[in-house]
Design a protein around this ligand. Structure first.
Ligand SMILES: Cc1ncc(COP(=O)(O)O)c(C=O)c1O
Length: 380
């Protein structure tokens, strides 16, 4: 079977990830940070090593400023709901995933104002439009780095400069880019970086994280056992304990660490180059099929390895069903949890068929996909 649903979760994982999880469960499967025995200490050390690897990947100084969560959604909720309060204004775009839009909308009743900047029909944002929306009470700019519908890469370097100039906090949703694009939180002026562990970082599902810039105070989403300051009835305010209550996903975090090691060993440029090459190759193949409409920038330098298409007016879920049943090709159809993106590119009714390429895909996978699409177009 051909897996082209890597934007949802990467599959397969590097061999080292499977091995690391297995080793963790067998050899140091104790509760970390809770006891003084060897197994607990080894589990705690392994979690700390993953924090250090994330620091290396994102150029973060202090490993304690990384909070482990269960996915990018939880990270985004912590950042948005933890930060914004009544009277604050937040700026975002029409290309966001629901995991940015819904937490913001949930705060509207609590008195948080929001501006959603319209992107063009390729999902491209005009930075000038965003700067014009800045007001005295603008507290946060929250934006995706790469669209999960069109792959469009957002100008986060320019936005980081704007947020820095106006003294506004900058939250980046790196769900589609972490592990594939270089993200340097210092160079890009990123204050809050939300990332999933299970996509480009090659960890298992149930992993994710939030980098919180030095000195930024968020309201915690949960309170409970941290293994620290147990004499106190109040949540400790030290990081990461303030935001990490309860037993962590140790095997998942260890697997995530192995995924990041793989990225650092392969080299992020090599990974991106491979995905860019396959994206260009697929875009070329799609250009040869008249009935197919391709959305987004249609340029591998301006988009991640995500390609959304439609065949005439045919429902996107019908095509993805045929791809799976008849050709054993796994893609995703519909709205991809991002209704505003579909309104932006004009596919709200039909949805799109999304091919999302990963590091383990090959040219042959793309050839098979183009062959299948040609056949479907002929027979439909
Ligand atoms: C752009 C974007 N943001 C956020 C998310 C949410 O990620 P998670 O599934 O890890 O919660 C996704 C998931 O596909 C995404 O594509």
């Amino acid at each position: 079977m051909i897996y082209l649903d890597n934007a949802a979760t990467t599959y397969p994982k590097p061999e080292a990830v499977y091995k690391a999880i297995d080793k963790c469960l067998r050899e140091f499967g104790a509760n970390p940070g809770r006891a003084g025995h060897k197994l607990s200490l080894n589990a705690g050390r392994a979690i700390y090593e993953t924090r250090e690897l994330l620091c290396e990947l994102f150029n973060i100084d202090n490993p304690m400023n990384i909070i482990f969560t269960s996915n990018a959604t939880e990270s985004l909720n912590l950042a948005i709901k933890g930060l914004l309060k009544s009277g604050d204004h937040v700026i975002t775009t029409s290309m966001e995933h629901n995991s940015v839009i819904r937490p913001i909308m949930s705060l509207k009743e609590a008195g948080v104002e929001c501006s959603i900047i319209d992107c063009n029909d390729e999902g491209v944002l005009e930075v000038e439009k965003l700067e014009k929306e800045i007001k005295d009470n603008t507290k946060l700019i929250a934006i995706t780095h790469g669209s999960n519908v069109t792959g469009t890469i957002m100008p986060i370097e320019e936005i980081g400069k704007i947020s820095n100039k106006h003294n506004i906090l900058f939250l980046v949703d790196a769900a589609q880019t972490a592990g594939v694009y270089t993200i340097d939180v210092k160079k890009l002026n990123i204050d809050l970086l939300a990332f999933p562990g299970h996509k480009g970082l090659f960890g298992p599902q149930g992993t994710g994280g939030l980098y919180i810039g030095e000195g930024i105070e968020l309201r915690q989403m949960k309170e409970g056992g941290t293994g620290s300051k147990s004499e106190s009835l109040l949540q400790p305010d030290i990081l990461p304990d303030r935001y990490e209550s309860g037993t962590p996903n140790t095997p998942g975090i260890v697997g995530l660490g192995a995924g990041i090691c793989f990225i650092l060993e392969e080299g992020i440029d090599k990974i991106r180059k491979h995905e860019e090459n396959l994206t260009a190759y697929m875009l070329d193949g799609l250009r040869t099929i008249d009935m197919i409409k391709v959305y987004g920038p249609k340029n591998q330098k301006k988009q991640g390895a995500v390609i959304s298409i439609n065949i005439g007016k045919i429902d996107s879920s019908e095509v993805s069903y045929i791809l799976d049943k008849a050709f054993d090709i796994a893609v995703r159809s519909g709205l991809h949890c991002s209704p505003l993106s579909h309104k932006t590119i004009g596919t709200f009714e039909q949805g799109t068929i999304r091919f999302s390429i990963g590091y383990f895909n090959t040219k042959e996978d793309i050839d098979e996909s183009i062959y299948a699409l040609k056949k479907i177009c002929k027979e439909i």
